[in-house]
Design a protein around this ligand. Sequence first.
Ligand code: CU
Length: 122
Amino acid sequence: MKSSGGKTAILILALAFSLSGGSAGAGEAAGGHGGMGGGASVPAAVPGKIYTTTGRVEAVDREGAKITVAHGAIPDLKLPAMSMRFNVDDPSHLEMVKPGDRVRLDFRGQGDVYTIVDIEPL
Ligand SMILES: [Cu+2]
């Protein structure tokens, strides 16, 4: 299939995802590590600090401006490898990657909310 078919499928998936998740509440929409358990062992991100990691894109939510990435361990944040949903500040980043892509991403954190400031396919 050409890319148009794939894009349609992705859009439908993204729409279904946002619809099914829409009633879960704003707190869940922030993504992050709220459900990880343990809690105390995860240090808060240093405000303003940019962290870099690599991973694989699992989902791109254009409506919600979020990208889900299965990232590697992030020693600075004492995070194991995991799947995590990041906010996206720059909408153009939503167009630059698609599910399945290996990516490098730069992000910053505030509390449990992690926001991608740059992302590029590897
Ligand atoms: Cu994570």
